[in-house]
Design a protein around this ligand. Structure first.
Ligand code: ITT
Ligand code: MG
Length: 201
């Protein structure tokens, strides 16, 4: 068992957040780009399937344990879309700004009370590419989709995802606030608890 593992993601926003969350944990997390790992095909129909595909792909390519994050935004008025397709909502490679524009258009005219949704994050840790019992941690974060962008921080849908309890869009939160309240931070804390059981200091 190793405290060095590969992060199976090509998303710069996620990599930054993982780096911030791991700095206090004494764990060395190497981005898959350091090994020239290609992008995995996300052919699953659930977050958990896609996270497994990504972790397995990175572990296979590097020979190291791998952690993958599959995440996205579910909007109730859109029956859960964009969901697992959040990264490619406006088309493969279209990017965050185009995804936001498409979501704002899809919700045009829908009143605030019906703009509810949640971020989902599923983390999968595989000790090796054929690991039959991956660690799986999942968390969500409830909010409302705004009608226009607010704030400069974060990535993805953060400028249009508003957290009523904090009276701010996620892009208006500090990195620490996002980790404390957010889907990825919650899933990471659950993951650390499980990992520390596996890897006693
Ligand atoms: O698959 P990897 O390489 O990790 O990178 P990705 O960007 O393709 O990641 P996903 O397939 O998991 O898609 C997740 C998308 O959901 C959105 N998303 C996930 N977490 C988010 C967050 O914390 N803030 C804003 N948007 C988020 C964002 O658009 C991501 O591109
Ligand atoms: Mg992806």
């Amino acid at each position: 068992m190793s405290k060095q593992f590969v992060l199976a993601s090509g998303n710069a926003g996620k990599l930054r957040e993982f780096g911030q969350m791991l700095s206090s944990q004494g764990i060395k997390l190497l981005p898959q780009s350091a090994f020239q790992v290609s992008e995995a095909e996300e052919t699953g129909l659930t977050f958990v399937e896609n996270a497994i595909l990504k972790a397995r792909h990175a572990s296979q390519a590097t020979g190291l344990p791998a952690l993958a994050d599959d995440s996205g935004l579910e909007v109730d008025a859109l029956k859960g879309a964009p969901g697992i397709y959040s990264a490619r909502y406006a088309g493969q490679g279209a990017g965050d700004e185009a995804n936001i524009d498409k979501l704002l258009t899809a919700l045009d005219g829908i009143p605030e009370a019906e703009r509810t949704g949640r971020y989902q994050c599923v983390l999968v840790y595989m000790r090796h590419a054929l690991d039959p019992t991956p660690l799986i941690c999942q968390a969500s974060w409830e909010g409302v989709v705004l009608t226009e962008r607010r704030g400069q921080g974060g990535f993805g849908y953060d400028p249009i995802f508003y957290i009523p309890a904090l009276q701010a869009s996620v892009a208006e939160l500090s990195a620490e606030q996002k980790h404390l309240h957010g889907h990825r931070g919650k899933a990471m804390r659950a993951f650390f608890e499980q990992l520390h059981l596996l890897l006693p200091a």
